[in-house]
Design a protein around this ligand. Structure first.
Ligand code: CAA
Length: 383
């Protein structure tokens, strides 16, 4: 518990915690096995106002901050990581950049529907051939009158087939590198927009992950986000916030691993004594608990810096790097302490082990986080 949490923060955390315990934990396994988008969970989260956490009250949102979002996301991800990533992408990768870079007209059109959950949001930058090297994307855009025409394929897009509104990125000219990238707010009803293949995944199997195909897609010029050529910076700035969301997801998964391990070990005896009396088990649990607290503090520090309007890219990358690698360590420990009981399908820790892996990959791999952090340690000369 962080001492300075406001009453609003505490209430939100309590609501999310109760929702995770009563609704998400009992249904997470079913969602994973069926590989089914958790539509009911998302609808209930919309009713609770969790789809508009960052959106100002004038647009129907809760008008809260990134600390609030992190508190909610940790609990939701503790319950069900498929639901958690759906919520994280909607808030951090769609609502947040719209708020930061959108025009008053874009705010009026999109924020109320995002806050109410009428429209789900997605963020589409990755392509089949370009993931980590985001500045090299090939999806093209050209201006024709008062429209832009987009052509290309986006891959691994979370919420892609359920989203009503998506922020996507395209280049005016690949030879311009990052300076050629433009950001657009697109709607799934725009002519030329198609949902492509659904991905079959290792973990977070209930979340919606698809390709998106833009075939001469016509986008009103008014839907450019920021200025021409500013898209790459918008993408990176947005990911600074999104990475706090994924770090939070990792903390939630790690906490779920600890909870499952404590519940399991507390009921077992081995070699004639309770399992927690074994130092081998007790020390591993103590390490998990300590490192989870450290990861939580890294997440909160990044969220607080963001809320204060201060630079937070390095801190977001540190939080994501540490928390995602920790979630994987905790999941392995949980499986090892469960032993044979973890190997059968239907054991929660088996799902947690699969769910943890993606946190080291999406919104920038651990290698990309190390690159970002190291660039802050060794600032590059500006030419
Ligand atoms: N904020 C604002 N501007 C930034 C920035 C930031 N955080 N980071 C970089 N920039 C600016 C730089 O200042 C530079 O501008 P100038 O030339 O004017 O100085 C410009 O952007 C280019 O920056 P770099 O030279 O650093 O670019 P790079 O090509 O070396 O790439 C990178 C940097 C860190 C490797 C970047 O490509 C990256 O983060 N890659 C990973 C992509 C990623 O995370 N993808 C996730 C997909 S979304 C997802 O996964 C969602 C989901 O499903 C859940």
């Amino acid at each position: 518990m962080l001492l300075h949490l406001t009453q609003t923060h505490q209430q939100l955390q309590e609501t999310a915690r109760e929702f995770a315990d009563k609704i998400l934990i009992p249904s997470a396994d079913r969602c994973d096995r069926a590989e089914e988008y958790p539509a009911e969970n998302v609808a209930k989260l919309a009713e609770l106002g969790f789809l508009g956490i960052l959106i100002p009250e004038q647009f129907g949102g809760a008008g809260l901050d990134n600390v609030a979002l992190s508190l909610a996301l940790e609990e939701i991800n503790r319950g069900c990581a498929s639901t958690g990533v759906t919520l994280s992408v909607h808030n951090s990768l769609l609502s947040n950049p719209l708020l930061n870079f959108g025009t008053p007209e874009q705010h009026e059109r999109y924020l109320p529907k995002l806050a109410s959950g009428e429209w789900l949001g997605a963020y589409a930058i990755t392509e089949p051939d370009y993931g980590s090297d985001a500045a090299s994307i090939e999806t093209s855009c050209r201006r024709e009158g008062d429209e832009y025409i987009l052509n290309g394929t986006k891959a691994w897009i979370t919420n892609g087939s359920h989203a009503g509104v998506i922020i996507t990125f395209a280049t005016l000219d690949p030879s311009l590198g990052p300076k050629g990238v433009c950001a657009f707010v697109i709607e799934s009803t725009f002519p030329g927009f198609q949902v492509g293949k659904k991905e079959k995944k290792l973990g977070i199997r209930g979340s919606d992950t698809v390709q998106l195909v833009f075939d001469e897609m016509r986008v009103p010029a008014a839907n450019l986000l920021g200025e021409e050529g500013e898209g790459f910076k918008i993408a990176m700035h947005t990911l600074d916030g999104g990475r706090i969301g994924i770090a939070t997801q990792a903390v939630g998964i790690a906490q779920a691993c600890l909870d499952a391990t404590v519940a399991f070990a507390g009921t077992k005896t081995q070699f004639g004594r309770p399992l927690p009396a074994s130092q081998l088990v007790a020390h591993r649990v103590a390490d998990m608990a300590t490192e989870i607290e450290a990861a939580r503090l890294l997440v909160m520090r990044a969220a607080m810096l963001k809320d204060a309007g201060l630079p937070h890219g390095k801190e977001a990358s540190m939080a994501k790097l540490y928390a995602s690698e920790l979630a994987n360590r905790c999941a392995r420990t949980a499986v090892e302490i469960h032993g044979g009981a973890a190997l059968g399908r239907g054991a929660p820790v088996e799902r947690l082990l699969r769910d943890a892996k993606i946190t080291e990959i999406y919104e920038g791999t651990s290698e990309i986080q190390r690159l970002v952090i190291s660039r802050h340690c060794f600032p590059r000369d500006k030419k």
